[in-house]
Design a protein around this ligand. Structure first.
Ligand code: GLY
Ligand code: MN
Ligand code: MN
Length: 429
């Protein structure tokens, strides 16, 4: 759990980075319509949540920084018994005053007026430039004549989100504990199930049963050649004996993501070719993880993963020619087209900067959490690939915390060795 004190400290840190005589606003995300008058389950905007811990919609946050002093106001939906009958109880102004460490709490209907009332002598307004919101548009319209500039407040928050606190790491670990149960259950049940969606259902079952908010992204259950579609989410094909199943699935727990891929044989036993390819990806993944420590560049991890995979592709006869030349011509990208990994946290692809203000790449630092997820994707209809490998796609993905001395694999408990996967499947068949 993230304490109110930690949310308060985040706001203090954010305010320090604001220019003097400026305002900053953050707004809650808008409920999203699914169709007609039904909505998707509500999920708070990540930056707004990071700074407030407030989970309801129709809320806003205002920082007023004047003569180096800061005042923070939280705006929340007022209590309304008629509305609460349909959509549930609200925190309301009174309770929010007690629970949230801010200078003031007001009804959300007073947000725009309050910002305008505090805008005299203000030089700039920070807000999340990505967010399209009528409240922000209204402020821009009203403030434009007197404001000097607009700045991206999200960039400040997102840079802060780069380094995870102990409490954040604990939540990611908690998410991973649930995700581990789901992946292990999938390994156990794959032999008995007939369709990709049945495996997806097992993930959703465990996520919900264990109290996760939801999946952190739509679960991918891609059997056989479907694994060669990187964002395959249809999950509607039959599971066939002899094929591999790529499962990329992770839950979100208390707003923090997990992001794990395992690729397993449907019938519990790898064929010779599947094992050859799998061991290559696993070996590359381990080598790249072992490189991780403060000061290392993510682009170096990328380059090394490409070199290792290209080398392996030549050895397996998937690519022909000199490794250096193939790398230069980017030939390996046909079969390894994506990045080695990404930051994760409140978003599965956490919105943290990869470059500093000068455009220089930010090296790994203790407290960052990244995925490491090399893969090889060999489409069924690619005649250039040796026939025995066609129709196989393999990715192995773990979630890694960078530590002062190196790294900690937060998902090391989710099995991935060939012998372990086979033994596990056997013990459950
Ligand atoms: N699950 C999305 C990704 O691996 O990046
Ligand atoms: Mn990922
Ligand atoms: Mn993933």
């Amino acid at each position: 759990m993230i304490t109110q004190k930690e949310f308060y400290q985040r706001r203090q840190k954010f305010a320090k980075k604001m220019a003097d005589n400026s305002l900053a606003v953050f707004v809650s995300s808008k409920p999203k319509i699914r169709s007609n008058d039904t909505e998707y389950p509500y999920r708070q905007d990540s930056n707004f949540y990071y700074l407030t811990g407030f989970k309801e919609d129709n809320a806003a946050l205002l920082f007023i920084k004047r003569n180096k002093k800061v005042k923070v106001v939280l705006f929340v939906e007022k209590k309304d018994p008629k509305m609460e009958l349909w959509t549930g109880k609200r925190v309301g102004v009174k309770r929010a005053k007690k629970e949230f460490i801010v200078d003031a709490v007001q009804g959300s209907d007073t947000f725009c007026d309050t910002v305008l009332q505090n805008s005299d002598g203000i030089k700039c307004l920070y807000y999340d430039l990505k967010v399209e919101d009528t409240r922000i548009q209204e402020l821009q319209k009203q403030l434009s004549p007197k404001l000097l500039s607009y700045k991206d407040g999200a960039k400040i928050a997102e840079a802060m989100r780069l380094i995870k606190s102990p409490a954040e790491i604990k939540l990611i670990k908690k998410a991973l504990g649930i995700t581990k149960k789901a992946h292990h259950r999938a390994m156990k049940l794959a032999q008995k199930l007939s369709y990709e969606y049945e495996l997806q259902a097992e993930f959703e079952y465990i996520f919900t049963k264990k109290g996760a908010y939801s999946d952190a992204y739509t679960t991918i259950v891609a059997s056989g050649d479907n694994a060669n579609t990187l964002h395959y989410i249809n999950n509607d094909k039959p599971l066939k004996s002899g094929e591999m199943i790529l499962i990329d699935a992770g839950c979100e727990y208390e707003y923090y993501a997990s992001d794990i891929t395992r690729t397993i044989p449907k019938n519990g036993k790898f064929t010779k070719e599947q094992k050859e390819l799998y061991e290559v990806v696993l070996d590359v993944q381990k080598k790249i993880i072992n490189m991780m420590k403060p000061g290392v560049l993510r682009s170096d991890l990328q380059k090394e993963s490409e070199r290792l995979l290209c080398e392996a592709m030549v050895q397996l006869g998937i690519l022909k020619g000199d490794v250096k030349k193939l790398l230069k011509k980017q030939k390996h990208k046909k079969y390894y087209p994506h990045g080695i990994g990404h930051y994760m946290g409140l978003d599965v692809h956490d919105q943290n900067p990869y470059k500093d203000k000068k455009g220089k790449e930010i090296p790994l630092q203790a407290g960052m959490v990244l995925t490491i997820e090399p893969g090889i994707y060999l489409p069924k209809d690619d005649k250039k690939i040796p026939k025995k490998y066609r129709g196989i796609g393999i990715r192995i993905e773990d979630n890694i915390l960078v530590t002062k001395k190196g790294y900690k694999n937060l998902s090391s408990g989710i099995i991935k060795e060939v012998e372990d996967i086979e033994a596990y499947a056997l013990s459950c068949s």
